[in-house]
Design a binder for this molecule. Sequence first.
Ligand code: PGA
Length: 247
Amino acid sequence: MKSPTPLIAGNWKMNGLANSLAEAKAVAQGVGATQVRVAICPPSILIAQMSEALAGSKVLVGGQDAHADDTGAFTGDISAEMLADAGAKLVILGHSERRDAYRESDALVAKKVLAALRHGLEPIICVGETLEQRNAGKALEVVTGQVRGSLPAELKGKAFAVAYEPVWAIGTGLTPNNPQIEEVHGAIRETLKAMFGEEAEVVPILYGGSVKPSNAAEILHAREVGGALVGGASLKAADFLAIIQAV
Ligand code: PGA
């Protein structure tokens, strides 16, 4: 059985100014020649500068969202082609904050994934249940439904990652325990195999939601956890490096 190369991706969300590039550079210096794949997804306005600053390092730069179309009258939006043009290699799609605040549906996320593939970006597709859904015993149903709905068949043979981010664990300091994480990751793996065949064994399934230096080692060693999508703790190089080193 093949296993995925671990990926640790930092999601800066709407945080960071030009002077935050120093944190990204410190990450690049600190990781050295690590075997772990490392990415930072800053606000899109920093992507070009960050790509330049990190050129030749092990740290990839990614976007946090992309429009489903390549061009057009979509005031304020950014296309996958623009992200790639600015130097991005990956893009986070379907984050719960966008599913919630911008009412993004599985169908829209699937279209965004196609846009990412058109421009050679590796999508990190986020799924996760709310606390209400978990308490109603629906976590697996919700998450596997999101995987089926948000991942188009065109992903077959392409590089991509899935991030399991329970909505109730994002930015709250709360985390599921390892058996809970393993249950959901196992269900995601089975769904991926049903959709894409055995090759889905190499798709990293990231965990996201309140990952920090103090809990990273435990979470990252849970079964079927192929890395992490890190929000708050990715803003400081020292914390992000400690998480990368916990793989
Ligand atoms: P958090 O965010 O690490 O701050 O909880 C994770 C995410 O939303 O990707």
